[in-house]
Design a protein around this ligand. Structure first.
Ligand code: BF8
Ligand code: SF4
Length: 630
C-alpha cells in the first residue's frame, strides 16, 4: 500500500480554528463571522430579479408584481444582471492584461523589465503578421505592446487571438454573431445594452454575454498570459510548497497577493538580493521569505517556485499567524477586511494600485517607471517591521505540502513527448496526450478552476472531486484558487500518482508529472483554451467532441462567470457548484443550461450537490467517448 497521504480539509480547518482563536484575542473580525451576519441572503438578489439600473426603481419581481415600472419582466432583468456580471469579470481580467501589455512597452535591455522569452515574442509577432527579421528584440517588444494595446480599442475587426482557434470554432463564433471585436468595445456594448430602455430579450443578452466572455478568454486574458510569459518567462516545471507552513517564523515574511505579476516579480527579485537579506538580519531576522496568496501567488509560483501560503478564503489567515510583516497587494480578490485586521497585528497592509485603494492600508503607488524603487521601499518596510512583532501572537500552523507546478501548454507538450510508442513523429504536438485518451489509458480531462466561496465548505469540492476524477483516470488541469486547494492537499505532489487509476498512474510515471497539473492563474485559463484548440487541431475533432469539460465548483467572482462564458462558448461543457443569480428566469436559466448548446455545442450544468456534480461530469466525459467510439 502507498504511504502517501493527503492533508485533509479537517486539518486545514483545525489550523484555521487555532488562528481564529488568536483573532479573538485581539478582537479581529473574520469572514466566518461575517457570513453569519449576511445569511440568509436576500432572495431577490439571489434569483437575480432585483433591478436598480434606473432611479425609478429599485424594482423587484414577485408573482404580484411581474414587471418593473418600465415594464421589464423577470427575464429581462435577470438577463441584464447576468450580462453586467460578465462585463465586470471581462473588464477586470482584461484590464490586468492591459497592464501587462503596458509593461511590455517599458522593457529595456538591462532594465527592470526585460524580455525573458524572446522566442515567444517572435512567435506571437509572426502570428500577428508583424515583421520580425533583423529587428532588435526590444524594438519588437515595444511595437507589439502598441499593437496589443490597440486590441483593446480598435475600431474595426475582431480579436487577433481568434486565429488560434480551430476553423470549426471560428465558424461557430461567426455564424452565431459572437466573435469578439475590440476588448473594451464588448464591455462597453454590454453596459450599453443593459442601460435602462435597451435590450431585455434573453437571447440577445446571453449572446452578448458569450461574446463579452470571449473577448476576455480570447482577448484580454490571453494578452495577460502570453505577454506575462514574454516578460517573465514561460513556466516550466518547478517544485514549490503550499499552505501556511511555508511562512518561516525566524524570517521577515512578505506575502504578495492579487493578480498582476509586474510588482511581485520585482519584489521577489529584491527579496533575494544579498543587500535585502542583510538588511533583514539587522532587525534580528534570519532572512526574508516571500510567499503568496491568490493568483499573484500562482504567477510567481509557476515561474519562480515561490511558495503558496494559501488561496482566497485563506487570505485573512496569513495575517492571523502574527508573523506577516507585510501583505502587499495589487489588484482583485483582496478582502477590504485586511485593513482593519492588519491593525490588530503589526502587519503592514500595503496597497499599490490606483485600481485597488482601501482604507487602513498604506498606499505605495506602483508604476513601471518606479518599480524597482517602490519594491525596495516595500521590502525595507517589511524588514523594519520585523522588530514590531508581538511574539505572544505568533503561531504559524506547521502544515504544508510539496507541489510541482509550472505546466504551461509548452511544458505539458514537452513533458508528454515520448509517453506513447507512437510510430509517427509526435514531437512538439499534443498527439501523445491524444493517444493516451483515445486508447483509454486516460478517460479524459477536467479543467478545475475558480475560487472558494463560503457557500461551499472551502476547498472540499475542489479536493474531493479531484480525488474521484484521478481515481477514474481523468487527468486534471487546474488554475487559480482551485490549483492552490490541490497543492495544499498534496495533489500536486508527484507521489499523488498512487491515488490514481492504473492508466493515469502510468502516464504520471512515464511523463514524471503529478496527476493535477497547475496551469497558472485565472487569466491563464486562456492557456487551457490554447490546449483545447491544439488538441482539436491535432485530432481533427471539434473541441466539443473532446472528452474534456470545465468545472468551477466553488466559484464566487464576476471573473469566474466571464471565464465560464468563454469556456462554454469555446465548446466545453462547464459544471458549476454554486448557482448563478439566474434562478428567477426560466428563460435565462434555460438558455444557459440548454439553449446555448444549439449555438456553441456546449452549455452549463449547475448542481450544488458536489458528489452529483462529479458524477455528471464523469457521465458527460463517457458520453463524449461513446460518441467517438473510443
Ligand atoms: O482570479 S480563483 S478567488 S484569486 S477570482 Fe480570485 Fe477566484 Fe481565486 Fe484569481 Ni480567480
Ligand atoms: Fe425598474 Fe425598469 Fe428602472 Fe429596472 S430599468 S429599475 S425594472 S424601472
Amino acid at each position: 500500500m502507498s504511504e502517501f497521504t493527503l492533508t485533509t480539509v479537517e486539518e486545514f480547518e483545525a489550523a484555521t480554528n487555532r488562528l481564529l482563536e488568536t483573532g479573538a484575542k485581539v478582537g479581529a473580525d473574520s469572514w466566518q463571522m461575517r457570513v453569519k451576519n449576511q445569511t440568509p441572503h436576500c432572495k431577490f438578489g439571489e434569483n437575480g430579479v432585483c433591478c436598480r439600473i434606473c432611479s425609478m426603481g429599485p424594482c423587484r419581481i414577485t408573482p404580484k408584481a411581474p414587471r418593473g415600472i418600465c415594464g421589464c419582466d423577470a427575464h429581462g432583468i435577470v438577463g441584464r444582471n447576468f450580462l453586467r456580471f460578465v462585463a465586470g469579470g471581462a473588464a477586470t481580467h482584461s484590464d490586468h492584461g492591459r497592464e501587462i501589455c503596458n509593461t511590455l512597452g517599458h522593457t529595456e535591455a538591462g532594465g527592470t523589465y526585460q524580455v525573458k522569452d524572446p522566442a515567444k515574442l517572435i512567435r506571437i509577432a509572426k502570428e500577428w503578421g508583424v515583421e520580425t527579421e533583423g529587428k532588435d528584440i526590444y524594438d519588437l517588444a515595444h511595437e507589439m505592446s502598441e499593437i496589443a494595446l490597440s486590441e483593446y480599442g480598435k475600431n474595426h475587426g475582431i480579436s487577433r487571438w481568434l486565429s488560434r482557434a480551430p476553423e470549426h470554432t471560428r465558424e461557430i463564433w461567426h455564424r452565431e454573431g459572437i466573435e469578439p471585436r475590440a476588448i473594451d468595445r464588448e464591455v462597453s456594448c454590454a453596459m450599453h445594452m443593459t442601460h435602462m430602455g435597451n435590450s431585455c430579450k434573453p437571447e440577445a443578452l446571453i449572446r452578448q454575454s458569450l461574446r463579452n466572455g470571449l473577448s476576455d478568454g480570447w482577448g484580454g486574458s490571453m494578452c495577460g498570459t502570453e505577454f506575462s510569459d514574454v516578460l517573465f518567462g514561460t513556466p516550466k516545471e518547478i517544485q514549490t510548497e503550499a499552505n501556511l507552513g511555508v511562512m518561516v517564523e525566524e524570517n521577515v515574511n512578505i506575502v504578495v497577493h492579487g493578480h498582476d505579476p509586474s510588482l511581485s516579480e520585482i519584489i521577489c527579485d529584491l527579496a533575494d538580493s544579498k543587500e535585502m537579506q542583510d538588511y533583514a538580519k539587522t532587525f534580528g531576522a534570519k532572512g526574508i521569505t516571500v510567499s503568496g496568496v491568490c493568483c499573484t501567488s500562482n504567477e510567481v509560483a509557476m515561474r519562480r517556485g515561490i511558495p503558496m501560503a494559501g488561496n482566497f478564503l485563506q487570505q485573512e489567515n496569513v495575517v492571523l499567524t502574527g508573523a506577516c510583516e507585510a501583505i502587499v497587494v495589487d489588484v482583485q480578490c483582496i478582502f477590504p477586511a485586511l485593513g482593519p485586521l492588519s491593525k490588530c497585528f503589526h502587519t503592514k497592509f500595503i496597497t499599490t494600485s490606483p485600481i485597488c485603494q482601501m482604507p487602513d492600508s498604506e498606499f505605495i503607488e506602483f508604476d513601471t517607471g518606479s518599480a524597482a524603487e517602490k519594491a525596495k521601499k516595500i521590502v525595507m518596510l517589511a524588514c523594519e517591521n520585523f522588530q514590531n512583532r508581538k511574539k505572544e501572537l505568533v503561531y504559524i500552523p506547521q502544515m504544508k505540502h510539496k507541489a510541482w507546478v509550472g505546466y504551461s501548454v509548452e511544458e505539458i507538450v514537452h513533458k508528454l513527448d515520448g509517453v506513447t510508442n507512437s510510430q509517427v513523429d509526435t514531437t512538439g504536438s499534443t498527439r501523445p496526450l491524444l493517444e493516451c485518451v483515445t486508447s483509454g489509458v486516460l478517460r479524459g480531462a477536467v479543467a478545475m478552476v475558480g475560487c472558494n466561496n463560503p457557500k461551499v465548505r472551502p476547498d472540499t469540492a475542489h479536493i474531493e472531486m479531484m480525488k474521484k476524477l484521478i481515481a477514474k483516470d481523468i487527468i486534471i488541469i487546474a488554475s487559480g484558487c482551485s490549483a492552490q486547494a490541490a497543492a495544499k492537499a498534496g495533489l500536486m505532489d508527484k507521489a499523488a500518482k498512487d491515488l490514481c487509476g492504473a492508466g493515469l498512474k502510468r502516464v504520471c510515471e512515464l511523463a514524471d508529472i503529478p496527476p493535477v497539473l497547475h496551469m497558472g492563474s485565472c487569466v491563464d485559463i486562456s492557456r487551457m483554451m490554447i490546449l483545447a484548440a491544439e488538441l482539436s487541431k491535432d485530432s481533427g475533432l471539434a473541441i466539443s467532441q473532446l472528452p474534456v469539460v470545465g468545472c468551477a465548483p466553488e466559484w464566487m467572482s464576476e471573473k469566474a462567470v466571464s471565464i465560464g462564458n468563454y469556456v462554454v462558448a469555446t465548446g466545453l461543457d462547464t459544471f458549476l457548484g454554486v448557482v448563478p443569480y439566474c434562478a428567477g428566469s426560466d428563460q435565462v436559466a434555460g438558455l444557459l443550461t440548454d439553449g446555448i448548446r444549439d449555438w456553441v455545442e456546449a452549455a452549463y450544468t449547475v448542481e450544488t450537490d458536489i458528489d452529483k456534480l462529479c458524477e455528471l461530469m464523469i457521465e458527460r466525459i463517457e458520453q463524449k467517448r461513446a460518441a467517438l467510439g473510443i
